[in-house]
Design a protein. Structure first.
Length: 286
């Protein structure tokens, strides 16, 4: 009789556990669906508005699935100053990517491979550079750039963007190099390579996925940055600065198309390098 009672209580506990698991699974799926919708729905509305006619953009009520029309995109691309601003954004983002990776990679390697006095302080100082907001730095930077002749230049703007991206580049590359065993470099030294040759032939191929992800991150930071671009440039405005300064005068279709153009590079770049991002975490977690 006691065995029957024990079996019944065990079966009841199993049913109760299964019900709890179903509840938690339902809550997890619901929460995930809500977060995905929260992120994707505004992007969907932006895409719908960008690929609609001007009448649909300015009309009401809105159709959930409007007719596909390139009128808004064509109007945006022909809008005065857009192509120049788009070219400036690309140039500044590429410069930022090159500068941040060119300086961040050796700094990250030094943090990962060498022990020196003040190492942790240096690491903390890298993080503290992100504690100063851009509005606080904009006016001093503008004065300095005017004095040295870098005002209203894409190179000067790229230096500011690189300063924003460099802390992340240093920390990401440092974690990458920490995840690559130093024994691989030592084996290359034994086989006749110097430190530079071992770095190029052994370390770089392993760290390349993470470096690619870090470069893309720097590109996206520069592409989406607006405050420094609006303050430090006048004739060489990037697309973000151009759109912000023309919000009050530009029609709605320009705003929607501009928003789509701004988010598409980040989405496309992240989609292309997603496998490199996964590889980066695989290296860093060895």
């Amino acid at each position: 009789m006691s065995n029957l009672n024990n079996d019944a209580s065990l079966e009841q506990e199993i049913k109760s556990a299964n019900q709890k698991n179903k509840v938690w699974r339902w809550l997890f799926i619901s929460g995930t669906a809500f977060l995905v919708s929260w992120i994707l729905f505004p992007i969907y509305l932006l895409i719908v508005s960008a690929f609609s006619s001007a009448e649909v953009v300015n009309g009401w009520p809105k159709a959930f699935v409007p007719e596909f029309d390139m009128e808004t995109i064509q109007f945006f691309m022909n809008y005065y100053g857009v192509l120049d601003a788009l070219k400036n954004s690309l140039i500044a983002a590429v410069f930022t990517m090159v500068i941040s990776i060119g300086l961040g990679t050796p700094a990250g390697y030094a943090l990962a491979r060498f022990e020196f006095r003040g190492k942790e302080t240096f690491r903390m100082m890298i993080l503290l550079t992100r504690a100063f907001p851009m509005p606080l730095l904009a006016l001093p930077l503008a004065v300095i750039f005017i004095n040295i002749g870098l005002d209203d230049t894409l190179f000067g703007l790229s230096l500011v963007h690189a300063a924003l991206a460099l802390p992340f580049a240093v920390l990401i590359t440092s974690s990458l190099f920490l995840g690559i065993p130093v024994e691989l470099e030592e084996a290359a030294w034994v086989l006749g390579c110097n430190r530079w040759q071992a770095f190029i032939k052994v370390v770089m191929p392993l760290a390349l996925p993470g470096l690619t992800a870090s470069a893309v991150f720097a590109f996206v930071i520069s592409w989406n940055e607006v405050f420094a671009a609006a303050v430090l440039t006048i004739n060489n405005q990037t697309l973000t600065a151009f759109l912000v300064q023309s919000l009050s005068s530009s029609p709605a279709e320009v705003k929607f198309a501009g928003g789509l153009i701004l988010i598409m590079p980040a989405i496309l770049f992240l989609f292309v390098v997603r496998k490199y991002l996964f590889s980066m975490w695989g290296i860093a977690n060895r």
